[in-house]
Design a binder for this molecule. Structure first.
Ligand code: FA5
Length: 324
């Protein structure tokens, strides 16, 4: 009996597909779904079915009824849409365009400012080896920065880079000085998410190696960046700090006006390239000196746009994305 139901379904759907006008559709409805239609006929034939098979047959017919009713409704809706003439004078719906993410825009703006100061943009891999992330940067084997709890280690001595300082090594390995580059990109640290920390964030790294680069060049460069990026009144201050790959090292703060009040904001680290790093890549530290800096892009974007929570940058909430 199920063959009879299958055959009826095929025949009915084929007929429906061929019904090309409202009249033909109505005729199909009466023929198949009407009170004296073919489906009703099939339903009354249930009497002739063996009692043990009646339940299954009844179920198959109910399914068929559901299928035909929905197919008919879909067809009728489509043909009534088609019957509506298109009013070409009606105002259209404006398509909602996307926009570049605020982090991409911030990076682009930062690189622009540094490009005007002669820094060439370069990139480096996000999956790094420990040599480029630590060893060549003068970070000793037992240094706490290498702790598994502070890094995303992969297999075979590889890891997600925890800082863009890796690019300093990659560039110095390939390019003889003088070198003046900026490298922007993602870095990864298993930090707990809060208003100012995320486990993936972006840094902009700068490196300048030449014959007589001094700390005055470093401060002048950072100050020029701050004034160009945040406005002519911005100021920069360096607080003594420690990074294994720079000596001396400093945290760099920028003074900027936030909601009408001047505030010092920490933006990254910097320092004079440690002679040990230059030696690692075969550059003579007696001839060449350099400075390097690494700035946190999210913190800069947050300050620039008054965003109170770093998580807003990555949650893809449209209400936020559309406002900025
Ligand atoms: C470094 O990563 C050094 N590589 C910077 C450097 C480069 C020093 C060159 C000297 C020479 P630090 O760990 O402090 O330094 O990170 C730099 C900046 O990244 C911070 O100031 C902050 O702005 C940002 N940052 C650090 N951790 C996070 C985080 N979890 N979420 C968002 N931003 C972060």
């Amino acid at each position: 009996m199920s063959a009879a139901v299958d055959q009826a379904r095929d025949e009915a759907l084929q007929g429906l597909a061929q019904a090309a006008s409202a009249e033909a559709l109505e005729a199909w409805r009466i023929d198949w779904l009407g009170s004296k239609g073919r489906l009703k006929g099939l339903m009354s034939s249930i009497r002739d079915v063996e009692p043990s098979a009646r339940k299954a047959f009844g179920q198959a017919l109910n399914d068929l009824k559901g299928t035909l009713e929905s197919a008919f409704e879909a067809r009728a809706a489509a043909s009534s849409d088609a019957a509506q003439p298109l009013d070409v004078t009606e105002p259209g719906t404006e398509p909602r365009g996307g926009a570049r993410h605020i982090i991409s825009r911030t990076i682009e703006d930062m690189l622009d400012v540094f490009a005007r100061m002669g820094f060439t943009p370069v990139t480096g891999p996000e999956v790094e080896d420990e040599r480029h992330n630590f060893t060549a940067l003068n970070v000793p084997e037992a240094h706490p920065a290498r702790e598994p709890s502070d890094n995303f280690y992969l297999q075979d001595g590889h890891m997600l880079r925890s800082q863009t300082s890796t690019v300093q090594i990659r560039v110095l390995e390939q390019t003889p000085p003088p070198v003046r580059i900026v490298a922007a990109g993602r870095v990864y640290r298993p930090d707990t998410h809060d208003a100012t920390h995320y486990s993936m964030f972006h840094q902009v790294e700068g490196l300048y190696v030449d014959r007589s680069v001094t700390i005055v060049d470093l401060k002048t460069t950072l100050l020029a960046f701050a004034r160009s990026f945040f406005g002519p009144d911005a100021e920069v201050r360096m607080r003594p700090s420690f990074f294994p790959f720079t000596e001396p090292s400093a945290e760099v703060d920028m003074k900027m006006k936030i909601k009408g009040r001047w505030q010092w904001v920490e933006l990254g680290g910097c320092g004079m390239v440690d002679p040990a790093v230059l030696t690692q890549v075969g550059i003579d530290p007696e001839t060449w000196t350099g400075f390097a800096f690494g700035l946190g892009v999210e913190r800069i974007a947050m300050r620039r746009w008054g965003i109170p929570d770093i998580r807003w940058l990555f949650e893809n909430d449209e209400r936020f994305l559309r406002r900025i």
